[in-house]
Design a protein around this ligand. Sequence first.
Ligand code: KG4
Ligand code: ZN
Length: 353
Amino acid sequence: MLVLGIETSCDETAAAIVRDGKEILSNVIYSQVKTHAAFGGVVPELASREHLLKIGPIVDQAFTDSGLDLDDMDGIAATSGPGLIGSLLVGLTYAKALAFSKQKPLAAVNHIEGHIYSVSFEHPEVEFPALALVVSGGHTNLFWVESESGDFRCLKYKLVGKTRDDAAGEAYDKVAKLLGLSYPGGPVIDHLAKTGNRDAISFSIPKISDRSLDFSFSGIKTAVLRLVKENEKFKEDPLRLDLVASFQEAVVNMLWSTTLKAIHLLRPRSIMLSGGVAANSRLREAFSGRTADASLKFYYPKPILTTDNAAMIAAAGTAKLMRGETAPIDVNADPNMRLAVSDKDFPDKRWKT
Ligand code: KG4
Ligand code: ZN
């Protein structure tokens, strides 16, 4: 099954062709980072305008790179939410037009589900039930994932933890901004933190409640802000290096402590990490070591598949199309789309807090 994937939920215009949900034949990503860098964050109006300019050429490039064309496709998958409404509409409408013109089946894919499928290319062997931690600029979600087929073909999700305020990536971007670093903040802080001392400053991890699996990152961000206000030297090296290394360590520990709580409570067979922040070198290192200590399998995608891309959308879409879950041609984008099924599919109440 050949599927064209399209992703435009935020500030990447992306198209990819994937065979059988497994083999990436092309994966084209146009990042708008230059457009938004001056503003220190994504400007929705500018994002949708740029998607409009790029969507045609990017989809054409995906076909050229794969040596295939629209007639060869067995289906089209596009992100329909969550994300910026104006951005989502560009990719989804383009996909609908292609599907309608050639009478191809259409799949409307949840962006977060796409991030979970980004793991499936290199690790089809993931053992379920699993915990999936999706950490990006817009989301910090912990899902309990079960598989009816034993593999990625038929997954169901239960949201067991989420951020109560900022997403982890958002905290990186905000801290970078207040230190005068470039946007997006994640990769810059990741790089600078390598030469800082991560034990220099101890940020207290916010206590939510013993049984809650939620996250919170605004406290750490505010603590950084306070330090910088009190002492301008934190904006310069070497103090700045220690500050970003310690901030990063606090974020990693927050993510790990909640994941560990979920491991004890739910007993998964493996842990999956995905989303833009999953590219973080310290996060990967810490989770690799700590999951090994807990005798758990740990999986994450290579960097090109962690940030927003359309291959992951094509993979999630392929699973949907194979299950016959096609979207009607009048399907709409949903900026607040949730990824979860009804509680009756999860009679086990272990995670009720
Ligand atoms: O998944 P993604 O591309 O877009 C969303 O769906 O939000 O994630 C983007 C986020 C940004 O906040 C960016 O700063 C963060 O991922 N990020 C990183 C790293 N690379 C990207 N955060 C920490 N370390 C990195 N190496
Ligand atoms: Zn994303």
